[in-house]
Design a protein around this ligand. Sequence first.
Ligand SMILES: [Zn+2]
Length: 472
Amino acid sequence: MYQSFIGLEIHIHLAAETKAFCGCKANFGDEENTNVCPVCMGFPGVLPTLNEKAIQMSYVVARALNCKLSPNTKFERKNYFYPDMPKNYQISQFAEPVGRDGYIDIEIGDSIKRVRIHDVHFEEDAGKMIHAGDMSLLDYNRAGYPLLEIVTEPDLVIGEDAEAFLKSFQRLVRYLGVCDGNMEEGSMRCDANVSINPVGVGLGEKVEIKNLNSSRFVRKALNYEIERQSGLMDNGTKIIQETRLWNENRDQTEGMRKKEDANDYRYFPEPDLPPFRPSDEFMKEVEEGICELPLVRKQRLMTSYGLGSDQAEYIHDEKFMADFFEKAVFLGADAVQVYSWLSSDVKKLLNRNSQSLEDSNLSAERLARLISMIEDGQISGKIAKRVLDHIFDEDKDPDVICDEQGLVQISDPAAIAKFVDEVMAANEAVVEAVRGGDQRQMGFLVGQIMKVSGGKAAPAVVQSVLKEKVLG
Ligand SMILES: [Zn+2]
Protein backbone atom coordinates (compact mmCIF):
# COMPACT_ATOMS: atom_id res chain seq x y z
CA MET A 1 0.00 0.00 0.00
CA TYR A 2 1.13 3.50 -0.83
CA GLN A 3 0.58 6.80 0.82
CA SER A 4 0.11 9.96 -1.27
CA PHE A 5 1.02 13.56 -0.43
CA ILE A 6 -0.50 16.49 -2.25
CA GLY A 7 0.48 20.14 -2.01
CA LEU A 8 -0.98 23.07 -3.92
CA GLU A 9 0.42 26.32 -5.27
CA ILE A 10 -2.39 28.74 -5.86
CA HIS A 11 -2.03 32.04 -7.66
CA ILE A 12 -4.66 34.72 -7.31
CA HIS A 13 -4.95 38.02 -9.14
CA LEU A 14 -5.39 40.64 -6.47
CA ALA A 15 -8.42 42.84 -7.12
CA ALA A 16 -6.36 46.03 -7.20
CA GLU A 17 -7.10 48.59 -9.88
CA THR A 18 -3.54 48.94 -11.07
CA LYS A 19 -0.54 46.68 -11.65
CA ALA A 20 1.95 45.64 -8.97
CA PHE A 21 4.73 48.09 -9.74
CA CYS A 22 3.33 50.71 -12.17
CA GLY A 23 0.16 52.68 -12.72
CA CYS A 24 -1.20 50.63 -15.63
CA LYS A 25 -4.77 49.40 -15.31
CA ALA A 26 -5.17 45.79 -14.20
CA ASN A 27 -8.33 45.01 -16.16
CA PHE A 28 -9.37 41.67 -17.61
CA GLY A 29 -10.64 41.68 -21.19
CA ASP A 30 -9.26 45.03 -22.41
CA GLU A 31 -7.89 45.33 -25.94
CA GLU A 32 -4.49 43.64 -26.26
CA ASN A 33 -1.37 45.62 -25.36
CA THR A 34 -3.24 48.74 -24.30
CA ASN A 35 -2.43 48.59 -20.58
CA VAL A 36 1.36 48.80 -20.85
CA CYS A 37 4.08 51.31 -20.00
CA PRO A 38 7.89 51.44 -19.88
CA VAL A 39 7.92 49.98 -16.33
CA CYS A 40 5.93 46.82 -17.01
CA MET A 41 7.60 46.45 -20.42
CA GLY A 42 11.00 46.41 -18.75
CA PHE A 43 12.58 49.40 -20.51
CA PRO A 44 16.06 50.26 -19.29
CA GLY A 45 16.35 52.73 -16.45
CA VAL A 46 12.76 52.65 -15.20
CA LEU A 47 11.92 52.19 -11.53
CA PRO A 48 9.15 50.07 -10.00
CA THR A 49 6.88 51.48 -7.25
CA LEU A 50 5.04 49.12 -4.94
CA ASN A 51 1.22 49.08 -5.17
CA GLU A 52 0.33 49.57 -1.53
CA LYS A 53 -3.31 48.50 -1.96
CA ALA A 54 -2.19 45.18 -3.43
CA ILE A 55 0.37 44.54 -0.71
CA GLN A 56 -2.30 45.27 1.87
CA MET A 57 -4.60 42.67 0.31
CA SER A 58 -1.67 40.24 0.50
CA TYR A 59 -1.35 40.81 4.23
CA VAL A 60 -5.11 40.35 4.64
CA VAL A 61 -4.96 36.93 2.94
CA ALA A 62 -1.88 35.90 4.94
CA ARG A 63 -3.61 36.98 8.14
CA ALA A 64 -6.80 35.06 7.23
CA LEU A 65 -4.58 32.02 6.67
CA ASN A 66 -3.17 32.39 10.20
CA CYS A 67 0.36 33.08 8.94
CA LYS A 68 3.17 34.77 10.78
CA LEU A 69 3.22 38.16 9.10
CA SER A 70 6.51 39.67 8.05
CA PRO A 71 7.42 43.00 9.68
CA ASN A 72 9.99 43.53 6.92
CA THR A 73 8.97 41.89 3.67
CA LYS A 74 11.50 41.85 0.83
CA PHE A 75 11.45 41.49 -2.94
CA GLU A 76 13.68 39.40 -5.15
CA ARG A 77 14.23 39.03 -8.85
CA LYS A 78 13.47 35.57 -10.19
CA ASN A 79 15.45 35.29 -13.41
CA TYR A 80 14.33 33.32 -16.43
CA PHE A 81 13.71 34.00 -20.07
CA TYR A 82 10.32 33.53 -21.65
CA PRO A 83 8.68 35.61 -24.41
CA ASP A 84 5.70 36.52 -22.23
CA MET A 85 7.99 38.26 -19.75
CA PRO A 86 9.54 41.38 -21.28
CA LYS A 87 11.89 42.07 -18.36
CA ASN A 88 13.45 38.59 -18.37
CA TYR A 89 12.93 38.50 -14.64
CA GLN A 90 9.91 38.52 -12.41
CA ILE A 91 9.77 40.50 -9.19
CA SER A 92 8.80 37.98 -6.55
CA GLN A 93 9.59 37.17 -2.94
CA PHE A 94 11.90 34.49 -1.64
CA ALA A 95 13.75 35.18 1.61
CA GLU A 96 11.12 37.21 3.44
CA PRO A 97 7.60 36.64 2.07
CA VAL A 98 4.51 38.48 3.35
CA GLY A 99 3.50 35.53 5.52
CA ARG A 100 4.59 32.00 6.42
CA ASP A 101 3.76 29.04 8.65
CA GLY A 102 -0.01 29.42 8.58
CA TYR A 103 -2.94 27.04 8.33
CA ILE A 104 -6.54 26.87 7.23
CA ASP A 105 -9.31 24.55 8.37
CA ILE A 106 -11.46 23.21 5.55
CA GLU A 107 -14.42 20.90 5.41
CA ILE A 108 -13.93 17.66 3.50
CA GLY A 109 -17.12 15.61 3.52
CA ASP A 110 -18.29 15.62 7.14
CA SER A 111 -14.94 16.29 8.75
CA ILE A 112 -12.75 19.32 9.30
CA LYS A 113 -9.15 19.09 8.12
CA ARG A 114 -6.34 21.47 8.96
CA VAL A 115 -4.03 22.21 6.03
CA ARG A 116 -0.73 23.95 6.78
CA ILE A 117 0.34 26.92 4.68
CA HIS A 118 4.05 27.06 3.87
CA ASP A 119 4.07 30.67 2.74
CA VAL A 120 2.17 33.48 1.06
CA HIS A 121 4.19 35.67 -1.28
CA PHE A 122 3.61 38.65 -3.53
CA GLU A 123 4.76 38.76 -7.14
CA GLU A 124 3.89 40.03 -10.60
CA ASP A 125 2.23 38.08 -13.38
CA ALA A 126 3.69 37.47 -16.83
CA GLY A 127 1.96 38.41 -20.09
CA LYS A 128 -0.12 36.02 -22.11
CA MET A 129 1.03 34.06 -25.12
CA ILE A 130 -1.71 33.13 -27.56
CA HIS A 131 -0.95 30.47 -30.15
CA ALA A 132 -2.75 30.99 -33.46
CA GLY A 133 -1.87 28.48 -36.14
CA ASP A 134 1.88 28.75 -36.81
CA MET A 135 2.06 32.14 -35.09
CA SER A 136 2.38 33.06 -31.45
CA LEU A 137 0.89 36.36 -30.35
CA LEU A 138 1.74 38.20 -27.18
CA ASP A 139 -0.53 40.28 -24.99
CA TYR A 140 1.35 42.18 -22.30
CA ASN A 141 -1.73 43.61 -20.58
CA ARG A 142 -1.34 40.98 -17.87
CA ALA A 143 2.41 41.52 -17.46
CA GLY A 144 2.84 43.10 -14.04
CA TYR A 145 -0.60 42.21 -12.62
CA PRO A 146 -0.37 41.91 -8.83
CA LEU A 147 -0.37 38.24 -7.93
CA LEU A 148 -0.37 36.41 -4.66
CA GLU A 149 0.97 32.88 -4.46
CA ILE A 150 -0.18 30.63 -1.66
CA VAL A 151 1.88 27.48 -1.11
CA THR A 152 0.45 24.70 1.05
CA GLU A 153 2.34 21.93 2.80
CA PRO A 154 1.71 18.45 1.30
CA ASP A 155 -1.15 17.77 3.74
CA LEU A 156 -3.78 16.64 1.25
CA VAL A 157 -4.14 12.99 0.28
CA ILE A 158 -6.39 12.49 -2.74
CA GLY A 159 -7.77 14.57 -5.60
CA GLU A 160 -11.08 15.11 -3.81
CA ASP A 161 -9.22 16.81 -0.91
CA ALA A 162 -7.56 19.21 -3.32
CA GLU A 163 -10.87 19.99 -5.00
CA ALA A 164 -12.47 20.72 -1.62
CA PHE A 165 -9.50 22.88 -0.64
CA LEU A 166 -9.76 24.95 -3.80
CA LYS A 167 -13.48 25.51 -3.36
CA SER A 168 -12.95 26.62 0.25
CA PHE A 169 -10.09 28.86 -0.74
CA GLN A 170 -12.07 30.39 -3.58
CA ARG A 171 -14.89 31.18 -1.17
CA LEU A 172 -12.39 32.66 1.27
CA VAL A 173 -10.86 35.12 -1.21
CA ARG A 174 -14.34 36.13 -2.36
CA TYR A 175 -15.41 36.75 1.24
CA LEU A 176 -12.30 38.88 1.74
CA GLY A 177 -13.00 40.74 -1.50
CA VAL A 178 -9.39 40.37 -2.69
CA CYS A 179 -10.04 38.26 -5.81
CA ASP A 180 -13.08 37.16 -7.82
CA GLY A 181 -11.77 33.57 -7.74
CA ASN A 182 -12.63 32.99 -11.39
CA MET A 183 -10.58 30.00 -12.58
CA GLU A 184 -11.85 30.13 -16.15
CA GLU A 185 -10.62 33.68 -16.67
CA GLY A 186 -7.38 32.81 -14.90
CA SER A 187 -7.79 35.14 -11.94
CA MET A 188 -7.27 32.06 -9.78
CA ARG A 189 -4.85 29.37 -10.96
CA CYS A 190 -3.53 26.24 -9.38
CA ASP A 191 -0.51 24.02 -9.80
CA ALA A 192 -0.49 20.80 -7.81
CA ASN A 193 2.32 18.55 -6.68
CA VAL A 194 2.04 14.98 -5.62
CA SER A 195 4.35 12.24 -4.45
CA ILE A 196 3.77 8.70 -3.24
CA ASN A 197 5.70 6.22 -1.15
CA PRO A 198 5.08 2.99 0.75
CA VAL A 199 3.15 3.74 3.96
CA GLY A 200 5.40 5.13 6.71
CA VAL A 201 8.33 6.11 4.47
CA GLY A 202 7.29 9.74 4.05
CA LEU A 203 7.41 12.05 1.03
CA GLY A 204 8.49 10.63 -2.32
CA GLU A 205 9.81 12.25 -5.51
CA LYS A 206 7.65 15.28 -6.20
CA VAL A 207 5.84 15.59 -9.54
CA GLU A 208 4.30 18.95 -10.33
CA ILE A 209 1.19 19.22 -12.52
CA LYS A 210 0.38 22.38 -14.44
CA ASN A 211 -2.41 23.59 -16.71
CA LEU A 212 -5.20 22.96 -14.23
CA ASN A 213 -7.86 25.56 -14.89
CA SER A 214 -10.75 24.14 -12.90
CA SER A 215 -11.05 22.44 -9.54
CA ARG A 216 -12.49 19.40 -11.32
CA PHE A 217 -9.33 19.06 -13.43
CA VAL A 218 -7.24 19.35 -10.27
CA ARG A 219 -9.09 16.38 -8.78
CA LYS A 220 -8.92 14.29 -11.97
CA ALA A 221 -5.25 15.07 -12.66
CA LEU A 222 -4.15 14.23 -9.12
CA ASN A 223 -6.06 10.96 -8.99
CA TYR A 224 -4.67 10.04 -12.41
CA GLU A 225 -1.15 10.86 -11.25
CA ILE A 226 -1.46 8.87 -8.02
CA GLU A 227 -2.51 5.86 -10.04
CA ARG A 228 0.27 6.37 -12.61
CA GLN A 229 2.94 6.64 -9.92
CA SER A 230 1.56 3.61 -8.04
CA GLY A 231 1.83 1.61 -11.28
CA LEU A 232 5.47 2.68 -11.72
CA MET A 233 6.29 1.81 -8.13
CA ASP A 234 4.63 -1.60 -8.47
CA ASN A 235 6.95 -2.31 -11.39
CA GLY A 236 9.99 -1.08 -9.51
CA THR A 237 10.42 1.89 -11.88
CA LYS A 238 11.98 4.95 -10.31
CA ILE A 239 9.73 8.01 -10.20
CA ILE A 240 11.56 11.13 -11.37
CA GLN A 241 11.02 14.67 -10.16
CA GLU A 242 9.43 16.48 -13.09
CA THR A 243 6.75 18.86 -14.28
CA ARG A 244 3.79 17.38 -16.13
CA LEU A 245 0.89 18.96 -17.99
CA TRP A 246 -2.73 17.96 -17.66
CA ASN A 247 -4.23 17.11 -21.03
CA GLU A 248 -7.96 17.67 -20.57
CA ASN A 249 -8.83 16.06 -23.90
CA ARG A 250 -7.08 12.81 -23.09
CA ASP A 251 -7.71 12.88 -19.32
CA GLN A 252 -4.05 12.24 -18.58
CA THR A 253 -0.88 13.98 -17.45
CA GLU A 254 2.03 14.25 -19.89
CA GLY A 255 5.72 14.85 -19.21
CA MET A 256 6.88 18.41 -19.87
CA ARG A 257 10.26 19.11 -18.31
CA LYS A 258 12.50 18.29 -15.41
CA LYS A 259 11.66 20.47 -12.46
CA GLU A 260 13.82 23.54 -11.87
CA ASP A 261 15.34 24.03 -8.47
CA ALA A 262 15.06 27.38 -6.75
CA ASN A 263 18.73 28.08 -7.50
CA ASP A 264 18.14 27.69 -11.24
CA TYR A 265 16.31 31.00 -11.01
CA ARG A 266 19.28 32.91 -9.56
CA TYR A 267 17.13 34.78 -7.10
CA PHE A 268 18.77 38.00 -5.99
CA PRO A 269 17.46 41.01 -4.06
CA GLU A 270 15.52 43.50 -6.19
CA PRO A 271 17.82 46.53 -6.07
CA ASP A 272 15.12 49.04 -7.02
CA LEU A 273 12.60 48.24 -4.28
CA PRO A 274 13.20 48.78 -0.57
CA PRO A 275 11.77 46.21 1.86
CA PHE A 276 8.21 46.95 2.92
CA ARG A 277 7.75 47.59 6.64
CA PRO A 278 4.07 47.74 7.57
CA SER A 279 3.17 50.65 9.87
CA ASP A 280 0.77 50.30 12.82
CA GLU A 281 -1.85 52.11 10.78
CA PHE A 282 -1.35 49.64 7.90
CA MET A 283 -1.69 46.66 10.23
CA LYS A 284 -4.84 48.15 11.71
CA GLU A 285 -6.35 48.32 8.24
CA VAL A 286 -5.29 44.72 7.62
CA GLU A 287 -7.20 43.66 10.75
CA GLU A 288 -10.22 45.62 9.55
CA GLY A 289 -10.02 43.79 6.23
CA ILE A 290 -10.71 40.46 7.93
CA CYS A 291 -14.35 39.41 8.05
CA GLU A 292 -16.01 36.39 9.61
CA LEU A 293 -14.55 33.58 7.53
CA PRO A 294 -16.78 31.17 5.59
CA LEU A 295 -16.41 28.04 7.72
CA VAL A 296 -17.00 29.96 10.95
CA ARG A 297 -20.01 31.57 9.36
CA LYS A 298 -21.43 28.26 8.23
CA GLN A 299 -21.14 26.86 11.73
CA ARG A 300 -22.78 29.95 13.19
CA LEU A 301 -25.66 29.75 10.68
CA MET A 302 -26.28 26.23 11.96
CA THR A 303 -26.13 27.03 15.67
CA SER A 304 -27.86 30.45 15.59
CA TYR A 305 -30.64 29.73 13.13
CA GLY A 306 -31.12 25.98 13.38
CA LEU A 307 -30.20 25.37 9.74
CA GLY A 308 -29.06 21.90 8.73
CA SER A 309 -25.59 21.39 7.28
CA ASP A 310 -26.82 21.36 3.67
CA GLN A 311 -28.95 24.44 4.22
CA ALA A 312 -26.07 26.37 5.82
CA GLU A 313 -23.79 25.17 3.02
CA TYR A 314 -26.10 26.76 0.49
CA ILE A 315 -26.60 30.04 2.37
CA HIS A 316 -22.95 30.62 3.28
CA ASP A 317 -21.57 29.93 -0.20
CA GLU A 318 -21.67 33.61 -1.08
CA LYS A 319 -21.13 36.30 1.51
CA PHE A 320 -23.84 38.45 -0.06
CA MET A 321 -26.41 35.66 0.28
CA ALA A 322 -25.42 35.01 3.92
CA ASP A 323 -25.75 38.73 4.73
CA PHE A 324 -29.10 38.84 2.90
CA PHE A 325 -30.34 35.81 4.82
CA GLU A 326 -29.38 37.22 8.21
CA LYS A 327 -30.94 40.56 7.42
CA ALA A 328 -34.26 38.99 6.40
CA VAL A 329 -34.31 36.95 9.61
CA PHE A 330 -33.42 40.04 11.64
CA LEU A 331 -36.46 41.75 10.08
CA GLY A 332 -38.64 39.03 11.53
CA ALA A 333 -38.85 36.33 8.85
CA ASP A 334 -38.56 32.68 9.83
CA ALA A 335 -35.06 31.32 9.05
CA VAL A 336 -36.22 28.12 7.39
CA GLN A 337 -38.77 30.06 5.31
CA VAL A 338 -36.06 32.45 4.13
CA TYR A 339 -33.82 29.50 3.25
CA SER A 340 -36.68 27.80 1.35
CA TRP A 341 -37.42 30.86 -0.75
CA LEU A 342 -33.75 31.53 -1.50
CA SER A 343 -33.00 27.95 -2.46
CA SER A 344 -36.08 27.37 -4.62
CA ASP A 345 -38.20 30.14 -6.16
CA VAL A 346 -35.60 32.89 -5.88
CA LYS A 347 -32.93 30.59 -7.27
CA LYS A 348 -35.16 29.67 -10.22
CA LEU A 349 -35.76 33.32 -11.08
CA LEU A 350 -32.07 34.17 -10.75
CA ASN A 351 -31.22 31.32 -13.12
CA ARG A 352 -33.93 32.36 -15.54
CA ASN A 353 -32.60 35.94 -15.61
CA SER A 354 -28.91 34.89 -15.42
CA GLN A 355 -28.58 37.24 -12.47
CA SER A 356 -26.90 37.19 -9.11
CA LEU A 357 -28.92 37.91 -5.99
CA GLU A 358 -26.92 41.10 -5.62
CA ASP A 359 -27.97 42.35 -9.08
CA SER A 360 -31.61 41.40 -8.70
CA ASN A 361 -34.50 43.60 -7.54
CA LEU A 362 -35.11 41.43 -4.51
CA SER A 363 -33.92 42.84 -1.21
CA ALA A 364 -33.93 41.29 2.26
CA GLU A 365 -36.68 43.77 3.20
CA ARG A 366 -38.87 42.69 0.29
CA LEU A 367 -38.44 38.98 0.97
CA ALA A 368 -39.11 39.44 4.69
CA ARG A 369 -42.27 41.41 3.87
CA LEU A 370 -43.45 38.77 1.40
CA ILE A 371 -43.05 36.05 4.02
CA SER A 372 -44.90 38.08 6.65
CA MET A 373 -47.79 38.66 4.23
CA ILE A 374 -48.19 34.91 3.87
CA GLU A 375 -48.03 34.38 7.61
CA ASP A 376 -50.66 37.06 8.24
CA GLY A 377 -52.97 35.37 5.74
CA GLN A 378 -52.92 38.43 3.49
CA ILE A 379 -51.82 36.37 0.50
CA SER A 380 -51.50 32.66 -0.19
CA GLY A 381 -48.18 30.96 -0.92
CA LYS A 382 -49.30 30.65 -4.51
CA ILE A 383 -49.95 34.36 -4.87
CA ALA A 384 -46.66 35.10 -3.13
CA LYS A 385 -44.86 33.35 -5.99
CA ARG A 386 -46.60 35.63 -8.46
CA VAL A 387 -45.70 38.65 -6.36
CA LEU A 388 -42.07 37.50 -6.37
CA ASP A 389 -42.16 37.36 -10.16
CA HIS A 390 -43.40 40.95 -10.24
CA ILE A 391 -40.69 42.07 -7.79
CA PHE A 392 -38.06 40.67 -10.12
CA ASP A 393 -39.60 42.20 -13.23
CA GLU A 394 -40.84 45.55 -11.94
CA ASP A 395 -38.60 46.46 -9.02
CA LYS A 396 -41.51 47.28 -6.69
CA ASP A 397 -42.36 46.44 -3.09
CA PRO A 398 -44.72 43.51 -2.46
CA ASP A 399 -47.45 45.73 -0.97
CA VAL A 400 -47.45 47.96 -4.04
CA ILE A 401 -47.67 44.95 -6.34
CA CYS A 402 -50.57 43.42 -4.39
CA ASP A 403 -52.46 46.74 -4.51
CA GLU A 404 -51.86 47.26 -8.20
CA GLN A 405 -52.72 43.71 -9.19
CA GLY A 406 -55.53 43.19 -6.69
CA LEU A 407 -53.63 40.21 -5.32
CA VAL A 408 -55.19 39.78 -1.91
CA GLN A 409 -56.26 36.57 -0.31
CA ILE A 410 -59.99 36.10 0.07
CA SER A 411 -60.82 34.58 3.45
CA ASP A 412 -64.36 35.84 3.97
CA PRO A 413 -66.54 32.66 4.15
CA ALA A 414 -69.49 34.37 2.47
CA ALA A 415 -67.38 35.37 -0.55
CA ILE A 416 -65.88 31.91 -0.74
CA ALA A 417 -69.34 30.28 -0.50
CA LYS A 418 -70.16 31.86 -3.88
CA PHE A 419 -67.20 30.15 -5.54
CA VAL A 420 -68.16 26.88 -3.83
CA ASP A 421 -71.76 27.11 -5.10
CA GLU A 422 -70.55 27.83 -8.62
CA VAL A 423 -68.23 24.83 -8.68
CA MET A 424 -70.79 22.48 -7.08
CA ALA A 425 -73.41 23.47 -9.65
CA ALA A 426 -70.98 22.77 -12.49
CA ASN A 427 -69.90 19.38 -11.08
CA GLU A 428 -73.06 17.72 -9.81
CA ALA A 429 -71.90 14.19 -10.57
CA VAL A 430 -68.71 14.68 -8.59
CA VAL A 431 -70.65 16.11 -5.66
CA GLU A 432 -72.90 13.05 -5.69
CA ALA A 433 -69.88 10.75 -5.76
CA VAL A 434 -68.42 12.49 -2.70
CA ARG A 435 -71.75 12.21 -0.89
CA GLY A 436 -71.72 8.54 -1.80
CA GLY A 437 -68.44 8.13 0.07
CA ASP A 438 -65.73 8.87 -2.56
CA GLN A 439 -63.61 11.25 -0.48
CA ARG A 440 -60.82 11.37 -3.05
CA GLN A 441 -62.93 13.64 -5.26
CA MET A 442 -62.84 16.39 -2.59
CA GLY A 443 -59.38 17.42 -3.77
CA PHE A 444 -60.70 17.90 -7.30
CA LEU A 445 -63.43 20.22 -6.06
CA VAL A 446 -60.97 22.24 -3.94
CA GLY A 447 -58.76 22.63 -7.00
CA GLN A 448 -61.68 23.88 -9.09
CA ILE A 449 -62.68 26.41 -6.43
CA MET A 450 -59.12 27.73 -6.20
CA LYS A 451 -59.09 28.08 -9.96
CA VAL A 452 -62.41 29.95 -10.06
CA SER A 453 -61.15 32.34 -7.36
CA GLY A 454 -58.04 33.10 -9.38
CA GLY A 455 -55.88 31.47 -6.71
CA LYS A 456 -57.01 34.07 -4.18
CA ALA A 457 -59.26 31.98 -1.92
CA ALA A 458 -57.73 30.97 1.42
CA PRO A 459 -57.40 27.17 1.11
CA ALA A 460 -58.35 26.45 4.74
CA VAL A 461 -61.61 28.40 4.43
CA VAL A 462 -62.37 26.70 1.11
CA GLN A 463 -61.96 23.30 2.78
CA SER A 464 -64.32 24.06 5.64
CA VAL A 465 -67.03 25.77 3.56
CA LEU A 466 -66.96 23.00 0.99
CA LYS A 467 -67.17 20.25 3.60
CA GLU A 468 -70.16 21.88 5.19
CA LYS A 469 -71.99 22.37 1.92
CA VAL A 470 -71.33 18.90 0.50
CA LEU A 471 -71.56 16.74 3.61
CA GLY A 472 -73.72 19.00 5.74
ZN1 LIG B 1 2.84 49.54 -16.72
